[in-house]
Design a protein around this ligand. Sequence first.
Ligand code: URA
Length: 184
Amino acid sequence: MYTWEELEEKCLNCHKCRLCETRNNVVIGVGNKNSDILFIGEGPGEQEDLKGEPFVGPAGKLLDKMLGAIELDRSKIYIANIVKCRPPYNRDPAKDEQAACINFLRHQFLLIRPKIIVCLGRIAAQAIISPDFRITKSRGIWYNRKNCDIMATYHPSALLRDENKKRPAWEDFKAIRKKYDEKL
Ligand code: URA
């Protein structure tokens, strides 16, 4: 198992997939490395690639707002992505890119040892919960693996595109807060 320093060094020098050719920055993660709760997105967008930090664009602003509403912020949680380099034109990360990158997230999980994981959107849910996960059907459901409670909710970008998803996402966030209080 890597230390944080080893992990960061491996990520910054990674050339395991084509995304390294177009990245400006490797986006490793942000937040509290001792957190009980890990949020997982899909991959960096344009702003994240430029800044080297996850969820700093419009979707990130909405995520921060929703976290604030359940009295959480980046000092209390950890946020990472399935892939650590930006897929060009914000396309979905390809299966081989996800496979090349997922081991870094595994190490982050082992270092953080969260009690709760929240998958933001379909790509994260399919990589973490089940390859055939359907976000509309199965969001808001708790799964348990290795003593960790896992839930998927809509990706904040989906909420920006479709107002109707905001209410169910809000229900999910309230359930996340409840689980967090139970597990502390
Ligand atoms: N969308 C994601 O899935 N992750 C980010 O870091 C930013 C936008």
